[in-house]
Write a protein that binds this ligand. Structure first.
Ligand code: CA
Ligand code: CA
Length: 269
């Protein structure tokens, strides 16, 4: 499916303005995370303290640091991997895609999940989890559920809860953002964090994808798997519930007549 030409109606708007507009229209954040847009590049964060808490996953060893990659979750055929190219702590990060300047256009719908080691939250005190996210995805200003990025907490003894979900908003405008979540509703509980990206369909996937770095998890005990000990067997990747597009949105997308803007230019960092 070829991508529609730049809408003349919107061609006068900057990429940043388009993304901000779409984020308001299309983004859904259940838990109202604190979002901070950072200047890029960002100075190196604290090196990974795998035997300490809070644990910072920096992925700079070139390994998953105990996270499980499941590229068969959701639509499957996913592209999660630890790569260099963009990071907030040099020089590696968890990436969905094929590297800087690449795309996640595999010719098919694709998706996958990365899941943290199990950790136990403290019973009280500060319980803020944070992570750095750089996204370059499609921008579709209608409704629908394409190119869905989701962060979920998976408590060991309770139901999964969506912390954050955003879709077809164009991404973060070429910079890393910090997302912060208060995990105090799960104080004292053991849990994992699942990060999922799913294109849902094969259209408009010529974008670089997602970079995740410096995932900081507060914990009262080191995560299982941290420091190379006690690695869990690979668990099936979590697939979050996705919003359902209307029949009208599906029709507009088939026709390529939605107010889609092809963001073909490369990101600025
Ligand atoms: Ca890093
Ligand atoms: Ca797409």
């Amino acid at each position: 499916m070829s991508e529609p030409a730049l809408s003349s109606e919107r061609s006068g708007l900057s990429r940043r303005a388009l993304i901000q507009r779409a984020a308001v229209a299309g983004g859904v954040a259940w838990s109202t995370p604190v979002v901070t847009t950072l200047a890029q590049p960002v100075a190196a964060a604290t090196p990974s303290g795998l035997s300490n808490c809070p644990t910072i996953y920096c992925f700079d060893t070139g390994t998953t640091e105990g996270w499980t990659i499941d590229n068969s979750a959701g639509s499957g055929g996913g592209l999660w991997n630890v790569r260099s190219g963009r990071s907030t702590s040099p020089s590696m990060a968890m990436h969905y895609g094929t590297g800087v300047g690449g795309t996640y256009n595999t010719g098919a719908a694709n998706g996958g999940t990365v899941t943290s080691p199990t950790f136990t939250l403290p019973g009280s005190g500060p319980m803020t989890m944070s992570l750095r996210v750089w996204r370059d995805i499609e921008l579709w200003t209608g409704n629908g559920n394409w190119d869905v990025f989701t962060i979920t907490i998976l408590p060991t003894a309770a139901a999964a809860s969506t912390l954050y979900q955003v879709f077809h908003d164009g991404g973060t405008g070429g910079v890393f953002q910090t997302l912060s979540f208060d995990l105090s509703p799960w104080a004292g509980q053991s849990a994992q964090i699942a990060i999922t990206f799913d294109t849902v369909d094969s259209a408009y996937n010529d974008f670089e994808g997602i970079w995740i770095d410096d995932v900081t998890i507060p914990c009262s005990s080191p995560p299982v798997g941290a420091g190379g000990a006690g690695l869990r067997a690979a668990a099936p990747g979590y697939s979050p519930p996705l919003p359902t597009p209307s029949a009208d949105e599906l029709r507009k997308r088939r026709l390529g007549s939605g107010s889609f803007t092809a963001l073909a230019e490369s990101a600025d960092s």
